[in-house]
Write a new protein. Structure first.
Length: 227
């Protein structure tokens, strides 16, 4: 079943934290009867050739990517700042019979990150109207440290705001894959660029039509032996 169209992002209030903002968003998000979250198609394209191992999904939302990873043999740690999102994700995983293959953890990624190293660390649309300039880059640089030797680091991000939100004054970083690679400062002696591309997809609008959006895709592979 296709994903329902999401409403425009609400403006944060003066008292919002990242947790309260996203709890409010997910608590108010309509979920049609029988709907289940599906994976990001670009994640599937990038990860399908990899040998399953351990995965860390950052900003997992309602769990579509984490559930797909678990279905395909990965042992997943899935992280979000919103307990409301995690509650929905746990329920979807339980209904899919995957409750034992995914560990759900609440983290504000500006402060904490799950411990340990993983064969895949990924972040799909890790954007937030709560972020401050440079904060996303810092989160992703820290997350690179959680990639095990020989592992992969995958980031998929929007390259622009949807048409319905073109006048929304959110100060959100939306870099190209090349710009993100430069901001991460990955040492070429340790990291190899596997994918650096732009993809175009159709997304549903509130009026039932679809509009094209572009996303940037960056996948890095860490050397098997660190230098």
């Amino acid at each position: 079943m296709s994903s329902p169209a999401r409403p425009p992002m609400p403006f944060p209030t003066a008292t919002d934290t990242a947790e309260t903002y996203w709890d409010g968003f997910y608590s108010g998000l309509a979920q049609p009867e029988g709907w289940r979250p599906g994976p990001n198609v670009v994640l599937v394209e990038e990860v399908a050739p990899l040998t399953p191992g351990t995965a860390l999904d950052l900003g997992c939302g309602m769990g579509g990517d984490a559930i797909w990873l678990a279905t395909h043999g990965w042992r997943v740690t899935a992280v979000d700042v919103s307990e409301a999102a995690l509650d929905r994700a746990r329920d979807h995983a339980r209904r899919a019979g995957l409750a034992q293959r995914i560990r759900w953890e609440r983290h504000d990624l500006t402060d904490t990150l799950p411990t340990g190293e993983h064969d895949l660390v990924c972040a799909q649309f890790l954007h937030s109207p709560m972020e401050r300039p440079g904060q996303r880059d810092a989160m992703l640089r820290r997350a690179m440290g959680a990639v095990a030797p020989g592992g992969s680091f995958l980031v998929i991000g929007h390259l622009g705001m949807p048409a319905a939100m073109k006048d929304t004054p959110f100060d959100v970083q939306l870099p190209t894959a090349a710009e993100l690679r430069a901001a991460l400062g990955a040492d070429p002696a340790e990291w190899r660029v596997v994918t650096e591309r732009t993809v175009t997809r159709l997304t549903p609008d509130q009026d039932g039509t679809s509009a094209p959006r572009q996303d940037g895709v960056l996948r890095l592979s860490r050397a098997a032996a660190r230098r």
